[in-house]
Design a protein around this ligand. Structure first.
Ligand code: NDP
Length: 483
């Protein structure tokens, strides 16, 4: 098997195995080839990971922040130096083309490590004058944090969670999706090589049950999930029962609004990126594209012309722009949405079928004349399926854009700067773009509102989610006791 890791788990700075755990097979979605076989974490593996993390975390919290940062910098440099090998691994595990993984996965993970490496030593508390007395605050780590990842950006998700957690003095136990178990293990090896003390970043494998065990375990101080809304509800409920903080990065059905004064070629390009990059398997995708009626026909013509030129094929070939979906089962789900959209009266503009080649490939697909009540307008498809809606007025499109349970992201294309800010100000979304889409630099907080989750990853905002504030009152005079 061409991507077989040395063992299933990485705990306390070393490979760990327990063949008593159920089998997990990693499949290369472009061919169906099994590339690795691993085992789910047993309760013993889970306990080992959590206990070693707790022990390591105590010393790590006492380590100078600048030293923590130095280690994260070294890990980032190793990620960059091995970007090609890591990208190939990610391509095999996810099916995403190398053209994407070379720039968007380990590289984005390295950005996060560099950002939080620099951030670590800048964290300070406050001094609070109180007249005779004073108070101060300390920013403390939370303890052992658990990260649970989705399968679309496995190493990026692992880094986006591990970088702030570790920078601020926590330990992490990370569970990747069972669909993509490999790159988090490579990251754990890199951390060890960079000098991260053993036990601070542990990877355990498993399906939802292992994630659920992490969510309810009292040894976990905080949980960060990237996944779907149904999983988010379960994890938040388990964490709520234990009164532990959670960060929820969940799904979306985000609006991308294109006004009639927009630069149409840019808008088409953004809409394509917002629906076809990673074969549409991106949480923040702008899958509801509202196009002003005056430019709709022109938009659809340009879209069709450009979509037909997208190069699908071998993901390991750097010329390939479109890889397969994550699995045959997921492709079947996405194609069912396509059939449903046709049955509900949406007009197919391009694509709409699987590609005639081995692997879970699907043509970039767009529907026009989609109405707000259709299933395609309401449910997250998580595939390369764009839904185009017509609109006439600003108030109308804002109301329709907000008429969803989700609130992850939103985008506006217009040359009218006042309108751009006015519209963004009224959209119910956590992450927004003006004349751009889906750019997620580490400097910018990322996350959703409504059913798309809460908490933020990246940026200064991450500090709030991986530290807690301790207030210290300092009595500087005599105690004024009435008895
Ligand atoms: P899932 O919700 O199916 O799974 C997410 C993770 O949770 C996986 O590791 C999964 O394990 C685990 N899990 C499943 N059930 C439970 C449970 N009861 N308790 C704890 N953990 C559990 O999502 P997908 O992996 O299918 O990813 C796609 C979804 O992720 C989409 O909805 C997408 O929008 C969202 N997403 C959100 C992002 C964001 O930042 N907002 C970014 C990327 C994706 P296993 O896979 O083994 O079942």
């Amino acid at each position: 098997m061409r991507a077989q890791p040395k063992a299933s788990h990485f705990i306390a700075g070393a490979w760990a195995e327990d063949t008593g755990g159920a089998l997990i097979e990693s499949v290369y979605p472009a061919t169906g080839e099994v590339i690795a076989q691993l085992h789910e974490a047993t309760p013993q593996i889970l306990a080992q990971a959590l206990e070693t993390a707790a022990t390591a975390q105590a010393d790590w919290a006492a380590c100078a922040p600048v030293e923590r940062g130095r280690i994260l910098q070294r890990a980032a440099a190793l990620l960059r130096a091995r970007n090609r090998a890591l990208s190939e691994l990610e391509t095999l595990d996810t099916g995403k083309p190398m053209q994407e993984t070379l720039v968007a996965d380990a590289a984005s993970g390295a950005d996060a490590l560099e950002y939080f490496a620099g951030f670590a030593a800048t964290v300070t508390g406050q001094t609070i004058p109180l007249g005779r007395d004073m108070a101060y605050t300390l920013r403390e780590p939370l303890g052992v944090c658990a990260g649970i990842g989705a399968w679309n950006y496995p190493i990026q998700i692992a880094c986006w969670k591990a970088a702030p957690a570790l920078a601020f003095g926590n330990a992490m136990v990370f569970k990747p999706s069972e669909m993509t178990p490999l790159s988090a293990l490579a990251l754990a090896e890199i951390f060890a090589e960079a000098g991260l003390p053993a036990g601070l970043f542990n990877v355990i494998q498993g399906r939802g049950g292992v994630g659920a065990a992490l969510a309810s375990d009292p040894r976990v101080a905080k949980l960060s999930l990237t996944g779907s809304v149904p999983t988010g509800r379960k994890v938040a409920a388990a964490a709520g029962a234990a009164l532990k903080p959670v960060t929820m990065e969940l799904g979306g059905k985000s609006p991308l609004i294109i006004f009639d004064d927009a630069d149409l070629d840019n808008a088409v390009g953004a809409a394509m990126l917002a629906n076809f990059y990673s074969s549409g398997q991106i949480c923040s995708n702008g899958t509801r594209v509202f196009v002003h009626r005056a430019v709709k026909d022109s938009f659809l013509q340009r879209l069709d012309a450009r979509a037909s030129k997208i190069i699908a094929g071998d993901p390991l070939d750097e010329a390939t722009q479109l890889g397969p979906l994550i699995s045959e089962a997921h492709l079947a789900r996405v194609l069912a949405y396509v059939d449903g959209a046709k049955a509900e009266g949406a007009r197919l503009v391009c694509g709409g079928a699987r590609l005639e080649r081995p692997g879970a490939f699907m043509a970039p697909t767009a529907f026009a004349d989609v109405t707000d009540t259709m299933t395609l307008a309401r449910e997250e498809v998580f595939g390369p399926v764009m839904a185009v809606f017509d609109f006439d007025g600003e108030d109308e499109v804002i109301a329709r854009a907000n008429a969803t349970e989700f609130g992850l992201a939103a985008g506006v294309f217009t040359r009218d700067i006042a309108r751009a800010h006015r519209v963004i100000g009224r959209l119910q979304a956590g992450t927004c773009w003006i004349n751009a889409y889906n750019l997620t630099p580490v400097e910018m907080p990322f996350g959703g509102v409504k059913a798309s989750g809460f908490g933020r990853e990246n940026g200064h905002a991450a500090l709030e989610h991986y530290t807690r504030v301790k207030s210290v009152y300092l009595g500087l005079g005599d105690v004024d006791a009435p008895y």
